[in-house]
Design a protein around this ligand. Structure first.
Ligand SMILES: [Zn+2]
Length: 1013
């Protein structure tokens, strides 16, 4: 792809970003300086300085060259901070719990008395920000473009004509500091600059957590989910594994109701850790297994207490005093703390794993068996889908870290491109028949066995189906090379999917395992064949509802049988030519078994090859367990009222059964009250995941979360976790897809937004002029996320292929908080405005210096600009029609001076020796580490040339698009509804489907964003 293959310096790619193994985050560190003096990392990577490459810039002229990119030289670099913006900043800082009043210190003191031994002494990082931090935030804020310097795209830019917008009605700065609330005047016109900004809040937090750890007991408000951070487990689990919507609970359900907030937890049990975080300890209690409460079966955890000199273990959930088994006994010191506590991770850490003895086994655990099912039917061959799939499998099995050094390794995953030790792999191909392969290392080449009777699935070989991928490397490699041509003569048009899945189930029935199934077309062959249910014609809501679910008996039966056998399925669906795939039916298998659907709408190999191959590798190498059972326990007074996610639950109250579970999967647990909580006690939660690891160990992972209990809900409002609330509402909405119309679901999201903000205004806010929309400190960006949810493919009004709806909805149901946040509001970088030190490691923190992100609005787009837009599903590179030829050459190589000369199917940047090229590749590497399951590959969107411009416009969620309002109009609407609520005049529309909110949203139907000509 690169024209510089011969001259590139091998050490350059990502090396600058990765050459810092140690990641000091010590307490004496202060916020780094705003900008490193020079891109030292780049130069130290031995790049271009001494070389005479005609395409390479001289490093010292880099800055000058950069300034040519922007249309207006004054706009090229970030201006100094605007005077007005600093007032808004104060409010933003409150949201990060760094203003003085966020947590009342006297409460913390009370907690210490209750759990004396949880005073862990000096934390590893200061719990108060160092003196310089406010400065740091200020400079981050200052990097934002000022409105005055924006160059709105001339015709019809959404905010044109609003340049005279009124400034925000300010309270005194002191009042804002105290309250932490955000006030937005909504009676006149709203200044889009002044409404709460997701990018600003993310950037400020990201900046802060570059040098600070998150101590899980001292802080009660986790960092935003969309940013990287290092958590220090102090007994409470890291927010990466569990986020509570409220980190201090009201004592009664009435108090909770006054907030209108859900009480719930987002659980991502196998969430990836990042470099610098301690791996989860694995503890072995031998045949006895981990100590548990005899009455409620809660596992040992840091919140259980010891009495009677260490002879009694008091359960933190049910208060039952258990006898301590002799082998687990240790005396307590005079303060009641076990003397060996510091040597006992299970008494110190919120997240632990226990090896478990035989009674926890359903069968002898073995290393995970991976079965790849490869579609070799006509379309798959024609579209070169099969080649991409084979490439992905080869990547997964045999690539070491080679060219992908960019991935930051976490403590639990094997090196990129390697399955866990102990794993075995098998390969099956299918068209109208199913073909198994004997991959035994003793053979010269793979032997194919054909299963011709599709009605009676059986496995035609007993040995050699599952092999060690290293031992059989020559055979597997050779088969993967041959597959694209092996079937070129057969070209069967109609793949038989269900019989293939049943054959896979038969092959895995005795062990469990993970299936990765690639499919290129609607499977119209064999028993269980699917038909085109969605003819894309107009339909009434009831018909649409049917298309969003499945009642296919064969697929439903196979899905439940797979869960029982401990099998989970990921699909890689090509959807060539944009055709209908019946994802509702096929994806049901993944949704029930704990799997995932990777979708390539309009699969086109030259563009999608890299993404598909990378995602297959990711799916096969991420932390994965199987044959899992999950249970969430909580303190007396609370109970689980619902679960949402990918699993099977036979009856309410039963454990969740999960075929396979991986690092990217999350679920929601919603709690209700069955009594009044005691404010003298904390509320406890424990999620226990019993599973078999990919290496074949049966374990329980315990995730423990504690929350204080308060009279009333004022403290609860101060500890709201916005990302948890957003995730819970998104998952709940997704699970309603089968029962309610889309219109009702949208109305429900709107009403929930209004209920929560009106509840705050009514019960918790200070006194404010009636014309102000008052947003709670920690829910300032909540309404924008809810608008993003209404605009998501899952729930948006107007036409949308049912495949895309179902896929989007299931994504929301199973994604973790990070992926959800990015999906609802993308991160956008202006790469024509990078300063020279951006996207290289800072000399102070040795962390990548990140450029600021921009609001998702076309009003932020500059003439001649180049933007990366990442919603966690893929990265769009949008290029303005008048982008500088210098920028294009620096990014894409010599001779690439106009949009027309660029490859529209490009998915990865070439490796060049220019500063900008290295910056953007570093940025892409960063994006690939902070996201969910999808590969960070590029999709080109050249203004006026590429159809993907529509997707770019769709992602600008602050604008009027996706059949819904702009962010400004949405806030005005929400505010009006709050005022009606306060005046007792609001008419709720949820449920009747004909409410005002939906009316306003649908009035905008058909309005198109006028971005391109
Ligand atoms: Zn108990």
């Amino acid at each position: 792809m690169s024209h510089h293959g011969a001259s590139q310096s091998p050490g350059l790619q990502h090396a600058a970003y990765n050459n810092n193994p140690g990641r000091p985050l010590s307490s004496h560190q202060h916020a780094r300086t705003p900008a490193a003096p020079s891109p030292a990392g780049y130069q130290q990577a031995g790049s271009f300085s001494g070389q005479s490459n005609p395409g390479a810039q001289d490093g010292q002229n880099g800055a000058a060259a950069q300034q040519q990119y922007g249309g207006d030289p004054n706009a090229s670099y970030f201006p100094t901070q605007g005077s007005d913006a600093s007032a808004g900043l104060v409010g933003q800082m409150g949201g990060l719990a760094i203003s003085g009043d966020s947590y009342a210190p006297q409460k913390a003191h009370k907690k210490k008395q209750r759990h004396a031994y949880h005073d862990l002494g000096q934390p590893s990082a200061p719990s108060q920000p160092p003196p310089g931090i406010a400065q740091g935030y200020g400079s981050s804020q200052g990097q934002f473009l000022n409105a005055g310097q924006l160059q709105p795209q001339a015709p019809g830019s959404p905010y044109m004509g609003q340049s005279s917008a009124q400034p925000m009605a300010h309270m005194s700065t002191a009042d804002r500091l105290r309250s932490g609330e955000e006030m937005v005047a909504t009676q006149g016109r709203v200044d889009p600059e002044q409404i709460p900004s997701i990018p600003r809040s993310r950037d400020a937090a990201a900046q802060y957590y570059l040098t600070q750890v998150y101590p899980t007991m001292e802080r009660h408000l986790p960092p935003p989910a969309a940013i990287p951070f290092i958590a220090h487990d102090q007994g409470n689990s890291s927010p990466k594994f569990a986020r509570l919507t409220l980190n201090k609970l009201p004592s009664t359900s009435e108090s909770l109701a006054s907030t209108a907030l859900p009480l719930g937890m987002v659980l991502q049990p196998l969430a990836p850790l990042q470099e610098g975080e301690q791996p989860i300890p694995v503890l072995d209690f031998g045949d006895a297994g981990p100590p548990r409460c005899r009455r409620c079966r809660t596992y040992i955890n840091p919140f259980m207490t010891f009495r009677s000199g260490g002879n009694k273990l008091v359960c933190n959930m049910c208060n039952f005093p258990n006898d301590v088994a002799p082998e687990y006994f240790a005396p307590t010191d005079p303060s009641g703390v076990r003397v060996d506590r510091h040597q006992r991770p299970e008494l110190m850490l919120g997240t632990c794993e226990f090896l478990v003895p035989k009674e926890y086994w359903a069968r002898e655990p073995v290393g995970l068996r991976w079965l790849f099912l490869i579609d070799v039917s006509q379309v798959s061959l024609q579209q070169k889908f099969v080649e991409s799939v084979c490439e992905g499998i080869r990547h997964a099995l045999y690539d070491d870290e080679s060219e992908e050094t960019s991935f930051v390794q976490n403590g639990t995953e094997p090196p990129a491109g390697r399955l866990s030790a102990g794993s075995k792999v098998g390969i099956v191909t299918y068209d109208k028949e199913v073909h198994f392969y004997n991959l035994s290392a003793s053979l010269d080449q793979a032997q194919m066995m054909v299963m011709t009777d599709l009605d009676e699935p059986f496995v035609p070989l007993s040995e050699g189906l599952f092999v060690d991928p290293q031992e059989s490397k020559p055979i597997i490699s050779s088969l993967l090379n041959q597959l694209p041509t092996l079937f070129s003569a057969a070209r069967a048009p109609e793949p038989a999917l269900l019989p293939t899945l049943n054959a896979a189930l038969a092959a895995l029935a005795s062990t469990g395992g993970k299936v990765l199934c690639a499919l290129s077309t609607l499977p119209t062959g064999g028993p269980g064949r699917l038909i085109v249910r969605d003819d894309s014609k107009g339909r009434d809501p009831d018909d649409e509802k049917k298309l969003l679910t499945t009642d296919h008996p064969g697929f439903k039966k196979t899905a439940s049988s797979m869960v029982s056998a401990g099998v989970g399925v990921d699909f890689f669906l090509a959807a060539t030519g944009g055709q209908y795939m019946d994802i509702a039916t096929i994806g049901h298998i993944s949704a029930l078994t704990g799997g995932e659907v990777f979708l390539y709408p309009n699969f086109y190999a030259p563009r999608d090859h890299v993404k598909l191959a990378n995602e297959i590798r990711h799916a096969a190498t991420r932390d994965t367990g199987y044959q899992a059972l999950m249970k969430v326990r909580c303190s007396n007074g609370l109970q689980v009222s619902s679960y949402h996610g990918n699993f099977l639950q036979h009856t309410f109250g039963a454990d969740l059964e999960i075929g396979t579970i991986d690092a990217d999967k999350a679920m929601a647990v919603v709690f209700s009250y069955d009594g009044k909580l005691d404010t003298k006690l904390d509320a406890h939660f424990q999620a226990a995941l019993l599973y078999t690891t990919a290496s074949g160990q049966r374990r329980v992972r315990c995730i423990n979360i504690v929350a204080g209990v308060m009279e009333g809900a004022m403290e609860s409002m101060r500890t709201v976790d916005q990302d948890a609330v957003v995730s819970i509402i998104a998952k709940e909405a997704s699970s309603k897809l089968a029962e309610r119309s889309l219109k009702d679901i949208r109305a429900g999201i709107t009403e929930k937004t209004i209920d929560i903000l009106a509840g705050y205004r009514k019960n918790f806010s200070g006194s404010h002029p009636p014309g102000q929309l008052v947003l709670p400190e920690n829910l300032k960006e909540f309404s924008m996320y809810m608008l993003g949810l209404i605009k998501s493919r899952a729930f948006k009004a107007g036409g949308e292929p049912t495949d895309r709806r179902v896929h989007s909805s299931r994504l929301l149901r199973s994604a973790g908080a990070t992926e959800t946040a990015l999906y609802l509001y993308p991160r956008i970088f202006a790469i024509h405005n990078l300063s020279p030190s951006d996207c290289f490691p800072s000399s102070d923190t040795s962390q990548l210096v990140l450029p600021p992100t921009l609001r998702a609005s076309f009003s932020r787009v500059e003439e001649g600009g180049a933007y990366l837009v990442d919603n966690g599903q893929g990265v769009i590179l949008w290029l303005h029609s008048q982008v500088s030829p210098n920028l294009l050459e620096d990014l894409f190589g010599p001779g690439k001076t106009s949009l027309q000369e660029l490859d529209p199917w490009l998915s990865e940047l070439p490796v060049l020796e220019t500063h900008l090229n290295a910056q953007v590749r570093n940025l892409m590497a960063y994006l690939s580490t902070v996201r969910g399951s999808k590969a960070a590959t590029i999709q080109m969107a050249r203004q006026g040339l590429d159809g993907s411009e529509f997707e770019f416009a769709r992602l600008l969620v602050e604008d009027r698009n996706n059949e819904a309002q702009s962010y400004v109009d949405w806030l005005v609407h929400v505010h009006r509804a709050i005022q009606l609520e306060l005046a007792g005049q609001r008419e709720k529309s949820a449920g009747d489907g004909d409410g005002g909110a939906e009316g306003i949203l649908s009035n905008l139907t058909g309005l198109k964003a006028p971005y391109w000509n």
